[in-house]
Ligand binder design. Sequence first.
Ligand code: GLU
Length: 379
Amino acid sequence: MNALVPYRRLTIKIGSALLVDKTGRLRAQWLANLASDLAALKTDGCEVVIVSSGAIALGRGLLGLSAVALTLEQSQAAASAGQIALSQAWAEALGRHDIVTGQILITPNITEERRYYLNARTTIATLLGLGAVPIINENDSVATAEIRYGDNDRLSARVATMIEADCLVLLSDIDGLYTAPPAKDPDARHLPEVRVITPAIEAMAGGAASHLSRGGMTTKVEAGKIATQAGTAMIIAKGTEDHPLKALTEGGRHTLFYPAESRAQARKRWIMGSLALAGTLSVDAGAARALLTGKSLLPIGVTRVTGEFERGDAIAVLNPDGIEIARGLAGLDSDEARLVMGKRSDAVQELLGTSNRAALIHRDNMVLVGAKEESHELG
Ligand code: GLU
């Protein structure tokens, strides 16, 4: 069975031990083969975002630090030297398939603070829209001990949920989750799927890490919690052999973690549940009707803006009687909204000088309040 067939947008995390051998050298042939798997996925219409480890492992070799236990300063220096080599390796490997790569280095404030988050998400979406493959890693050379993920398992889960990937694939040196760490327990059994991450599942992960990567099975299961709770499936598969993604499409062994709910449901729950409202938009009767049929909210239908909000903040939509009919994430900040309310889209474009931000609330970022749709989608 093709394990990747249900998915259109994948985040694929590649561990250091796959990309870099024990002497600190790039496994170039392995990467070349992986690149052809990725090119095949793209030809099938899949969007792919890579989270690649390996900067520190490569940089160690380059700086002659292979044999020593690295201090924090040395590993940050190694990341700095290694990241250049890593990006170059990706650019060359995918370049052979005429695929352009874009590098994005991330620290937790980028995935956790909404303004950075929205920007990073837009950059990644733009790269994907242009047919490129974003290559992401932690910005290890500047991240401080307090502000870093430290492992690319959880980082990749945050990236996957940020870009609303359908599935996160963790390629590592093990073909999935076992009932106990298989290196220690000969009776350990492989689990082909995990429906829900229970404390018993977490206990199975143990603490084993491989010689190069920071994350063991524990951070992978933590990544699974982040991903599945946001509606993204996760697959753990072995990447050490050649063509690991092709192997997954041909029935290769792996563990599938099921998403807790669909992404649309998770998003709507998030919009409805967890945010304080920063303002309101009052709309005319025509816009109110349009929203009920599933349209985005355009500036022309807006008659009044209250509150101070930024793009990405949660706001309410009020009908001409002042009754809340929807909630959503603002596509513009409140000053821009005041500037463009009541205006047609072409005038809006002229005022804002951009073409892709015409909606005040995009329908994907909106939940109708009290509508039938909501009760059965959220119920
Ligand atoms: N960001 C690290 C690197 O590129 C790897 C972290 C990990 O292995 O999870 O070297």
